[in-house]
Ligand binder design. Structure first.
Ligand code: AHM
Ligand code: MG
Length: 335
C-alpha cells in the first residue's frame, strides 16, 4: 500500500500486533483520542466565529485563568474516554484530582490510565496561533478490578506505553508513538480523515533553532544564560536562530522537523520552571527519544524521574540530541 494513502485508522490496525500487549485495548484507546481530536479540532477552528473566546471565569489548580476552549477540550477528551469505557483512570492538567472510570468494578477489565493536557499553549487561542493537545498512556500498576490510586498515575516516563500530541495549526496533525518510532498524520478536513503524512519522524542530530522565553533571561540559572550566549555567538555555524511560539507542541513540532532545542528552565521566580512533568514533559520526552532526540531537566533524563505529585513541575530541555547535550554541558559547568 502507498504509505501516503494510509489512514490513521488503517495504521492502528496494521500496527496493533506490534504492541507489547496486544489485546486491542490500546488500539481502541488511540482511536478514541483520534475521535476526540477531531471534535476539539472542529471547536478550535471555529473559535474566532462564535463567542467562545475569553476566560471562562474558572481558575485551574495552577492558579491560571482557564480559557473557555480549555474547558471544552478537557470535557470532550474526558467524555470520549469515559463513554467508550476503555480506560480505568484519567488525569488532566485542568483537573485537581485524577478521575476513576469504573475502576472499582470487577466487570471493567481496562488496564490503561491516560494523562492529558487538553489544550496546551492556550494563551495563543485569542490570537489565532497554534495550540495543541498532549497525551500520555500507562498501564496501571495496581490490580485490575480495584480502584485506581495515585500510584497508577505517578509513574516514571519510561513506563509509558504510548504518547503523542495533536497540533491545531495551519493543518491539524496527530503525532504519536507506541515505542516504535514516531509517526505523524495530517487531517484532511474535507472528509475528516487523518492520513499518514510524516512517517518515521526524527529530530536532526543538531540544528540551528533555540526556543526559550528570553524575556525571563535575567531570572535564568547561569548555565542557561551561558548557553543562550553560546547560541548567539558568531562562531562555526552560529549564531543560531531564535524561535519561540509559547506553545510547547508547536515549538517542539517545528524543532523536530527543522532541528532545534526547546528550553523552559527553572528561574528565580519559578523554582521548578513552568511545565508539568506528567502532562507535558514525559510525553514530549518519550516522543523526543523515539525520534532520536533527547529530553532532560538540564542534568537528568526526564523519563527516569520518579514523580511525586500529579501537578509537579520540572525544568525542560528537549530537542536535537547534540544541542541538548551542549546545553547540559553549560548547566554542569555552573552546578
Ligand atoms: P499552559 O499549559 O498553561 O498552556 O502552559 C504551557 C505553555 C507551553 O505550551 C509554552 O511553551 C509555555 O507555556 C509558555 O510559557 P511562557 O509564556 O512563560 O513562555
Ligand atoms: Mg499545558
Amino acid at each position: 500500500m502507498d504509505k501516503k494513502n494510509t489512514t490513521l485508522g488503517e495504521f492502528i490496525i496494521e500496527n496493533q500486533s506490534s504492541f507489547q500487549y496486544s489485546s486491542g485495548e490500546l488500539s481502541k484507546l488511540i482511536n478514541a483520542i483520534r475521535l476526540a481530536a477531531k471534535v476539539v479540532n472542529h471547536e478550535v477552528n471555529k473559535a474566532g466565529l462564535i463567542d467562545i473566546l475569553g476566560a471562562a471565569g474558572d481558575t485551574n489548580i495552577q492558579g491560571e485563568d482557564q480559557q473557555k476552549l480549555d474547558v471544552l477540550a478537557n470535557d470532550r477528551f474526558i467524555q470520549t474516554l469515559k463513554n467508550r469505557e476503555i480506560v480505568c483512570g484519567i488525569a488532566s492538567e485542568e483537573e485537581d484530582h485524577f478521575i476513576s472510570v469504573n475502576s472499582h468494578d470487577e466487570k471493567h477489565q481496562n488496564k490503561y490510565v491516560v494523562l492529558i493536557d487538553p489544550l496546551d499553549g492556550s494563551s495563543n487561542i485569542d490570537v489565532n496561533v497554534s495550540v495543541g493537545t498532549i497525551f500520555s498512556i500507562y498501564r496501571r500498576v495496581t490490580p485490575i478490578g480495584s480502584p485506581v490510586t495515585l500510584e497508577d498515575f505517578l509513574q516514571p516516563g519510561i513506563n509509558q506505553v504510548a504518547a503523542g500530541y495533536i497540533i491545531y495549526g495551519t493543518s491539524t496533525m496527530l503525532v504519536y508513538t507506541t515505542g516504535d518510532g514516531v509517526n505523524g498524520f495530517t487531517l484532511n478536513p474535507a472528509i475528516g480523515t487523518f492520513y499518514l503524512s510524516h512517517p518515521r519522524m526524527e529530530f536532526p542530530e543538531t540544528g540551528k533553532i533555540y526556543s526559550v522565553n528570553e524575556g525571563n533571561y535575567i531570572h535564568f540559572p547561569q548555565g542557561v544564560k551561558d548557553y543562550i550566549k553560546y547560541c548567539q555567538r558568531e562562531e562555526d555555524d552560529r549564531p543560531y536562530t531564535s524561535r519561540y511560539i509559547g506553545s510547547l507542541v508547536s515549538d517542539f513540532h517545528r524543532n523536530m522537523i527543522k532541528g532545534g532545542i526547546y528550553i523552559y528552565p527553572k528561574s528565580s521566580t519559578a523554582s521548578e520552571g513552568k511545565l508539568r512533568l506528567l502532562y507535558e514533559c514525559n510525553p514530549m520526552a518519550f516522543l523526543a527519544e523515539q525520534a532520536r532526540g533527547k529530553a532532560s531537566d538540564g542534568f537528568r533524563r526526564i523519563m527516569e524521574i520518579q514523580p511525586t505529585e500529579l501537578h509537579q513541575r520540572i525544568p525542560f530541555f528537549c530537542g536535537s540530541r547534540k544541542m541538548v547535550e551542549k546545553a547540559e554541558e553549560f548547566m554542569a559547568a555552573q552546578k
